[in-house]
Design a protein around this ligand. Structure first.
Ligand code: SF4
Length: 429
């Protein structure tokens, strides 16, 4: 049986703004197995990226993680932390939220690395790509010199003050070592950049979008991380380049046995890349399971809605079924204590006016759903009256007309086309 590398328990991340408290991530539970690709999927504003940043300890003011634990499986780290902080350790797992900021920072790049949505803003335009990659290599080497590091496998460069001074006096002398530059070129080659020796001396603006995304992946690999967090890694790219980048991630994951947390709004990407998946809505994971659980045996109407809004190439001419309405405000005083999807849900019932707990779907602990339909079947008799939420919750001027409901008619159950994994371009892994 595959062991877990990460266990997230009760994670909540909030932002304290002038408008009020924003519950960006609320009481999340999920686990990631070592060597798998775990996907988090949902619309913009569902809390996916905040989840990724929480894992990377990159939440900035006015946000902060307010609750929960992030357990990371690293026996060497556990031994080292246990000496002074026993409570932060459980077997080989260490709670990253219970160790010092310095210890967490040392893990970034070496144990965890991240690739972001927008590679252009991740590179310094005044330095060559090769210099920036070599710097990333050197930063990781410094981290490796840390006696707690599990990565002490690269040689230490000469970071003496004399070398730094030399680099400022002689323009040709770069403050990166030859070894780091060679490693930077190797990394460019690894991610499929043609002519890596020449390309290393080019500036970011000389790279195409796809090449820059590859360079960012190379940068993330500089520290040979155990977990790669990829936040919408293909969003800014055209379809052909998207496919190339996904192929690259797939190859790197298989060759290095790396664990990937993939954040995306695209179910086609999930179907193609992921082993297991969490569907996120309004800061919560509303359905979680294997790819087959979520695509073929889903329970949550939001999952059904996401699948129904994917174009189905097999039935050309058919109409897409978008999910009506918008993602809700995550302001605490506007969220209410009911199912957060209720005002968009075609199956909303009286019972949904209470916040549903997380249920095990079909008795499987690995397939969980935050919806009453995991415990009972839908009965049209129990449906809320048409316009219920318009009248009870929405301010004037912010009313959403659901095109599927005519005035005076009972709410109809939307029939979503059942998109399977194969139809959206993926295969069960
Ligand atoms: S709990 Fe009710 S409103 Fe919420 S998703 Fe399930 S059926 Fe729809």
């Amino acid at each position: 049986m595959t062991e877990d590398i990460i266990r997230v328990e009760g994670l909540s991340t909030r932002f304290f703004t002038e408008q009020g408290q924003v519950n960006a991530v609320d009481d999340l539970d999920f686990r990631i197995e070592r060597g798998e690709v775990f996907g988090i999927v949902g619309e913009s504003g569902s809390g996916k990226s905040v989840t990724a940043r929480s894992l990377m300890d990159l939440i900035e003011s006015p946000g902060r993680i307010t609750d929960g634990e992030i357990w990371f499986n690293d026996a060497e780290l556990a031994d080292s932390v246990a000496e002074g902080n026993e409570e932060a350790v459980d077997g080989d797992f260490v709670d990253l939220l219970s160790i010092t900021e310095q210890q967490r920072t040392a893990l970034r790049g070496t144990s965890f690395s991240m690739i972001f949505q927008d590679p252009e803003s991740s590179f310094n335009p005044s330095l060559t790509v090769g210099e920036q990659l070599a710097e990333a290599v050197e930063v990781q080497q410094r981290a490796s010199a840390n006696p707690r590091s599990t990565k002490a496998k690269t040689q230490t460069a000469d970071y003496s003050f004399g070398n730094y001074l030399l680099s400022t006096m002689l323009p040709s002398q770069r403050f990166v070592t030859d070894e780091s530059r060679e490693r930077a070129i190797e990394l460019l080659e690894l991610v499929g950049i043609p002519d890596p020796v020449e390309r290393a001396d080019e500036y970011p603006h000389e790279y195409s979008g796809g090449m820059l995304q590859r360079a960012m992946i190379a940068q993330a690999l500089a520290g040979e991380p155990d977990v790669l967090v990829a936040d919408e890694p293909t969003t800014a790219l055209d379809v052909t380049i998207q496919a190339q980048i996904l192929d690259l991630l797939d190859e790197l994951q298989e060759e290095n046995g790396m664990t990937i947390l993939l954040i995306t709004h695209n179910l086609g990407v999930v179907a193609r890349m992921c082993d297991r998946v969490g569907v996120m809505y309004a800061g919560e994971i509303v359905e979680r399971g294997t790819l087959e659980d979520v695509f073929d045996d889903h329970v949550h109407p939001y999952t059904e809605g996401l699948l129904g809004s994917i174009p189905d190439l097999a039935s050309a001419g058919g109409r897409l079924q978008p999910i009506g309405g918008n993602v809700p405000s995550l302001l605490d005083h506007e969220m209410g204590d009911r199912c957060h999807f209720a005002d968009r849900c075609p199956k909303a019932m009286d019972q949904c006016l209470e916040h549903p707990p997380e249920y095990a779907a079909a008795g499987s602990d690995d397939h969980t759903v935050r919806c009453v339909l995991a415990e009972r079947s839908y009965d049209e008799q129990d449906s809320l009256p048409t316009g219920y939420f318009d009248e009870t919750e929405r301010p004037a001027g912010d009313k959403h007309e659901d095109p599927d409901r005519s005035a005076g008619e009972p709410p109809e159950e939307r029939t979503q086309p059942q998109t399977t994994i194969d139809e959206v371009g993926g295969e069960s892994r």
